[in-house]
Ligand binder design. Structure first.
Ligand code: CU
Length: 126
């Protein structure tokens, strides 16, 4: 009987050790995934160009190659986002419509609104 209890205690001790190793192994990737999701969200927030009162804000945005930029129209009239060199062109964006473009190559991308050509902006991709 004594041998049995000793054996049980040893097994319990092993279980405690293995649990202290396994739990961080399971939680680590979960926390990592949460941090990765948070950093993607933060990056997304900085890559939005808003259209308000016939103005692109920010008028000039610098991003890394591979970044997606999203334009959101907050005006109550339509606007377009058209690259001067025809790399991208949105459809007419109604209120709260958005247009996204992923910049795969470095360069300076000047753009304007096809309906209101005095509205201009620029994305610099490095
Ligand atoms: Cu416009």
């Amino acid at each position: 009987m004594r041998i049995l209890i000793t054996h049980f205690r040893a097994a319990a001790a092993r279980f405690a050790i293995s649990r202290s190793v396994i739990v961080p192994m399971l939680i680590g990737p979960i926390i990592g995934a949460m941090l990765a999701a948070a950093s993607v969200a933060a990056q997304g927030a900085t890559n939005v160009v808003t259209i308000d009162n016939f103005t692109f804000t920010p008028p000039e945005l610098t991003v890394a190659v591979g970044t997606t930029v999203k334009w959101v129209n907050h005006d109550d009239i339509p606007h377009l986002v058209v690259n001067k060199d025809k790399a991208f062109r949105s459809k007419a964006l109604d209120t709260d419509d958005s247009f996204s473009y992923t910049f795969a190559t470095a360069g300076t991308f000047d753009y304007f609104c096809a309906l209101h050509p005095h509205m201009v902006g620029k994305v610099i991709v490095k």
